[in-house]
Design a protein around this ligand. Structure first.
Ligand SMILES: [Zn+2]
Length: 319
């Protein structure tokens, strides 16, 4: 018996070398296969229903429990992840944002990933500074480039400070309309493809998800607009979640469902909304092994795929 479960977070899973964007920050399919083989040999891979039941105390977690979660509704999850898991009789839990199912647009976060995979960071930093200079000239009241860099360039365990700066400026620092304009202009210049066609190739659709669900995969909620919910007014966060539930329709049981916070962003207001909307569990991006006796069911931490073999032994630090 155990109180612990390692919830593993995945994003892109694809044959990187043979893809158009070999530099995208994703997990190569070969490595994914190795990792699934490692996890199924050394851990007990549980289902989302079992984790919900463990919180209800109607199921005992086995030793070394692992739950597999896939964020952002990428087509990779249908092309690579689903066939392998289905063959091995393993459940994955998938969290597509509502917007990517019904609008042919790219999420900002993905626009930025493919920009970063299409040119080197120093070129892109210059392009971003040029854009900021341009919009300052157009009358936008923005701090100067050096000052912005000093405030927002802070490296993380996966990205350099330049990459973090580029992402933060275009994901949170600038006002939303300005962010969108600048990232679309840089996307057009360095990626050079139509956003709507690109989005249709990038994301899962409703039929694919229905097929995955029918074969035992779990589908949950990842917001509609993929916003940081903790930065929103309570009413706006509520609308975003309700809209996501509505868009996912029959893929999700609105009387018993699981939330995965975009960017792991949550606060008391958001949790209150979930409690009042029959949400059972919610996943963050805090890096830790979850403990069902200690962690709130609305604040479940996760580990990253990069924390496990064949990428690293980092998970051992969290045991
Ligand atoms: Zn996400």
């Amino acid at each position: 018996l155990s109180n612990h479960v390692s919830i593993v977070m995945y994003h892109y899973v694809r044959e990187l070398e043979n893809s158009r964007y070999p530099n995208i920050k994703g997990l190569d399919y070969g490595m994914f296969k190795e990792q699934i083989s490692f996890l199924s040999t050394n851990f007990n891979i549980i289902t989302m229903e079992e984790l919900i039941a463990a919180y209800d105390e109607s199921y005992n977690l086995p030793e070394k429990s692992v739950l597999l979660t896939f964020d952002d509704g990428y087509i990779d999850h249908f092309n690579y992840v689903f066939p392998l898991l289905n063959e091995l009789n393993i459940q994955g839990s998938f969290f597509p944002p509502g917007k990517t199912l019904v609008e042919n647009v790219l999420l900002d976060v993905n626009k930025i990933h493919f920009i970063l995979a299409s040119a080197d960071i120093s070129t892109l930093m210059n392009a971003l500074f040029d854009e900021l200079n341009y919009y300052r000239h157009e009358g936008y009241d923005l701090l100067d480039n050096e000052e912005l860099f000093k405030m927002h360039a802070k490296g993380t365990r996966f990205d350099s400070k330049e990459v973090i700066f580029f992402k933060r400026i275009l994901q949170t620092v600038l006002p939303e309309n300005l962010r969108n304009q600048i990232s679309s202009r840089i996307f057009a210049k360095y990626v050079g493809l139509s956003e709507s066609k690109f989005s249709r190739e990038l994301y899962l659709n409703h039929d694919q998800l229905r097929c995955m669900k029918k074969c035992g995969m779990y589908i949950g909620i990842h917001g509609y607009d993929h916003y940081r919910l903790a930065n929103m007014e309570k009413n706006g966060a509520h609308l975003d979640i309700a809209r996501a539930l509505d868009t996912l329709g029959d893929l999700v049981d609105s009387s018993n469902w699981v939330m995965c916070y975009p960017y792991g962003s949550a606060n008391e207001d958001v949790i209150e909304i979930l409690k009042n909307s029959n949400c059972r569990l919610a996943l963050t991006t805090e890096v830790k092994i979850a403990d069902i006796k200690r962690d709130s069911c609305y604040m479940l931490p996760r580990l990253d795929t990069n924390d496990f073999l064949p990428k690293s032994y980092n998970y051992e630090k969290y045991l």
